[in-house]
Design a protein around this ligand. Structure first.
Ligand SMILES: Nc1ncnc2c1ncn2[C@@H]1O[C@H](COP(=O)(O)OP(=O)(O)O)[C@@H](O)[C@H]1O
Ligand SMILES: CC(C)(COP(=O)(O)O)[C@@H](O)C(=O)NCCC(=O)O
Ligand SMILES: [K+]
Length: 274
């Protein structure tokens, strides 16, 4: 029988999907992503009697993980679910879970935050800074692409928000009469910059402009904090990191590539409370 004590679930609700983390105490054992769940499925989850039942329900497509993780647990209470959400309508659906805790901005020890700062940004920055040190700039290449920085005193310096890669491609095809939707799965290498077909012209415009913009933010960060760290997370992190290795290797070599920064922040907060 595997140890079921101190198990808790982290759930980061983003604008595209759900990001899950299964913790034992301070150890993050597994992470996985799912689509949003329908209300009926969340209701069923909340009715589960054992951890096994719960894991069977939330790992429906992750057979390997599910089998690895099958636990023999007594029918007691469900594990705590710690939620960081930037989608209020999704947060509302999860309120029926019996042992839920919604992390709010006032629980993140980051100083000088503004009231509407996204909890994902605050947690990722806190987690990154606590793990790798401050000053820290976090780039989240998610639905939106964000920059969020804090200085050596763990004070928010500020940041920026722009449409993420997927959103840039989607909006071009949705808001024009002739532009196709460019599938990012098809991306292999960098497009030619001066392209001679529509699809590649879209790729070139979005990707080269984004890379140059990110480089500019990072360089501005290093002007402020020459020893400042930079970490990148989010669904498009690997694609962007690989492009950076091709075009701006000096920047890529200083980037911390880490998908679980928000979970690092959650863990800091949950564990500091004992
Ligand atoms: N299976 C996937 N589903 C959705 N987006 C994905 C997937 N794999 C990679 N992505 C990329 O991740 C980006 C969304 O980032 P993610 O961090 O998952 O979003 P959020 O946290 O905002 O929900 C999209 O631009 C998309 O290109
Ligand atoms: C900027 C965001 C939309 C990013 O969300 P994501 O793309 O990661 O799903 C989210 O952090 C948010 O709604 N922030 C509130 C505004 C702010 O941070 O200033
Ligand atoms: K995010």
């Amino acid at each position: 029988m595997r140890e079921t004590k101190n198990i808790w679930l982290g759930l980061e609700i983003g604008n595209s999907r759900l990001h899950w983390g299964l913790f034992r105490g301070e150890t993050l054992d597994f992470t996985w992503d799912t689509d949003y769940l329908p209300e009926s499925a969340i209701y069923q989850l909340a009715q589960c009697q054992t951890l096994d039942d719960l894991l069977l329900a939330i790992f429906p497509l992750h057979q390997r993980t599910r089998e690895e993780f099958l636990l023999t647990s007594s029918p007691s209470s469900l594990p705590p679910l710690i939620v960081a959400s930037v989608v209020p309508s999704q947060t509302a659906l999860w309120q029926i879970y019996p042992n839920i805790r919604i992390i709010t901005l006032d629980q993140v020890p980051l100083q000088a935050v503004y009231p509407t700062l996204g909890i994902d940004r605050a947690l990722a920055l806190w987690g990154a800074g606590k793990s790798w040190g401050f000053p820290m700039l976090v780039i989240d290449a998610g639905t939106a692409l964000t920059f969020t920085g804090a200085d050596e005193n763990q004070c928010l310096v500020g940041g920026a928000i722009l449409p993420g890669l997927g959103l840039q491609f989607a909006s071009l095809s949705q808001k024009t009469g002739q532009l196709p939707f460019v599938e990012m799965q098809d991306f292999t290498s960098l497009p030619s910059r001066f392209a001679n077909n529509t699809s590649e012209a879209i790729q070139s415009g979005v990707i080269y402009t984004l890379l140059a913009g990110i480089r500019d933010f990072i360089e501005a960060w290093w002007c402020l904090f020459p020893e400042g760290k930079v970490a990148i997370k989010g669904g498009d992190r690997t694609l962007l990191f690989n492009y950076f290795q091709t075009v701006y290797l000096n920047i890529a070599s200083r980037l911390i590539l880490e998908p679980n920064l928000t979970f690092c922040g959650m863990r800091e907060i949950v564990m500091s409370e004992g």
